[in-house]
Write a protein that binds this ligand. Structure first.
Ligand SMILES: C[S@@+](CC[C@H](N)C(=O)[O-])C[C@H]1O[C@@H](n2cnc3c(N)ncnc32)[C@H](O)[C@@H]1O
Length: 442
């Protein structure tokens, strides 16, 4: 590829997505560009760049091609153990406090969901889920990764670090050696497709108790990391803990952060004035003593299930509620879950033509379009469903589309309508609580 065109790509990627490629490190980028040109039948990288800069529809595929998203469940066992210990301390404080507030966790660069789901599994296993209010938000630049996360279907490779008992408790084997994470755990995580540099204008800009930003800065150059630091600071208050990957420890931390090291690893917190540091140490000691003498806390310091006494969390699948006879909606849903999107679209269309579950097929098609970034068509279909019948999922979809578009007021109204129809819709409840807690975004 011509060096000039490559440099144009590098500049475009940096300005649009903040990802840093250098002229010395372009093998993956060149491969990605060539593959996309081939897939689209475009004969030159320059023409492809032109298409990328003028048409939105190619963006998700391009991002998918240039971000690797390497991850797995329980990737850093020691860091998670450290997190769990810290979480137990926070849970004790929260339970003792007369003020209701959820413990908030944010996962930046969550890739295909393994990291936030690991956190949710740990919290479920340790008994914290359900005993203290918890909010877990996770986002990634790559919309296809977010879609993968929402599908909650994983390969054996994603589970390579997962204890067999955990696997048995939280996953159900599906065809093609896929493993489906239990809905009960999965619904604890709210996923968003977003660039970390857009955080300040999003409803996710809040203070978090725990922030995970593991293996994300590997994509950034020095300037970009410098731009990221004030954004991360906006997410923190004096109690927040920031977890980076063990290999991220090169973060150019300045005097605004302090590193807290233990034998299991490290986390960052906002640097405190000297007199407050002393007080914080005293508080930590006092809390440690309390933890040691308290037996009633539900937290256990391990993520390997000590016993299999709990019933296996049941994964729910909407197709299970359909009639057992084969139908286009069911076929569409199966194809959608296996990410055979073109095939899913065809089945849903056939379902609509033959008047088989037309509402469900319209809704299935609307979700599929939303996942592909075809928001206008997705919204039109959801509206069409609502013109025929009141459906909580249609309101949820409209809420999500508005949320993504930054129309927070409309999003809120749709989530409310969704909850009017189905008070148990967890996603709508979570999104609404996020919106309610960030009035500055409205
Ligand atoms: C190597 S993966 C790490 C996944 C997970 N955090 C882990 O450590 O296992 C890095 C992720 O960061 C995401 N990412 C890169 N730049 C980003 C940005 N500007 N905003 C949000 N996510 C970003 C990538 O899409 C990718 O999925």
């Amino acid at each position: 590829m011509h060096t000039l065109v490559l440099t144009q790509f590098i500049n475009f990627i940096k300005s649009r997505y903040a990802l840093a490629f250098t002229e010395q490190n372009t093998t993956q980028l060149t491969l990605a560009i060539n593959n996309r040109c081939k897939a689209l039948g475009i004969d030159s990288p320059a023409a492809y760049l032109d298409r990328l800069t003028t048409q939105k529809d190619e963006e998700a595929r391009f991002i998918n091609a240039i971000t690797t998203g390497e991850t797995c469940f329980f990737r850093y066992p020691e860091s998670y153990q450290l997190f769990l210990n810290q979480f137990s301390e926070e849970a004790l404080l929260t339970s003792a406090s007369p003020i209701y507030r959820p413990i908030k966790i944010l996962n930046i660069g969550c890739s295909t969901g393994e990291e936030p789901y690991t956190i949710a599994i740990l919290l479920h296993q340790s008994g914290h889920l359900g005993s203290v209010p918890i909010q877990i938000n996770a986002f990634d630049l790559n919309p296809q990764s977010i879609q993968h996360a929402k599908n909650r279907l994983y390969s054996q490779n994603a589970l390579r670090n997962t204890n067999p008992l955990v696997k048995q408790l939280y996953f159900q084997e599906r065809p093609n050696k896929q493993f489906e994470l239990s809905q009960e755990v999965a619904q604890q995580v709210n996923f968003f497709s977003m660039n970390v540099f857009d955080l300040p204008n999003s409803p996710l800009i809040q203070h978090y108790d725990f922030i995970f930003c593991m293996n994300v800065m590997i994509y950034f150059d020095g300037d970009t990391i410098t731009r990221l630091i004030p954004i991360i600071k906006q997410l923190m208050n004096e109690r927040s803990r920031l977890f980076l990957a063990p290999t991220d420890s090169i973060m150019p931390i300045n005097e605004q952060f302090q590193v807290n090291r233990t034998t299991q690893g490290f986390w960052y917190s906002l640097a405190q004035p000297k007199h407050k540091q002393h007080q914080a140490q005293l508080n930590t000691h006092a809390l440690k003593d309390f933890t040691q003498h308290t037996t009633s806390t539900p937290a256990q310091s391990t993520f390997i299930p000590p016993q299999l006494k709990e019933d296996r969390p049941k994964a729910t699948n909407k197709s299970d509620t359909l009639s057992p006879s084969t139908n286009f909606f069911k076929l569409g849903l199966q194809a959608y879950e296996q990410k055979a999107y073109d095939q899913a679209e065809q089945y849903y269309q056939q379902g609509i033509e033959q008047q088989q579950h037309p509402t469900e097929c319209h809704l299935g098609l609307a979700k599929l379009y939303a996942d592909q970034g075809r928001s206008v068509q997705a919204a039109e279909l959801a509206e069409l469903v609502l013109s025929a019948t009141q459906h909580d999922e249609a309101y949820l979809l409209l809420g999500t589309l508005n949320l993504q578009a930054g129309n927070y007021h409309e999003a809120k109204e749709h989530f409310k309508q969704c909850l009017n129809l189905n008070a148990n819709n967890h996603e709508a409840r979570n999104f609404l609580s996020i919106l309610n807690e960030s009035p500055e975004a409205l």
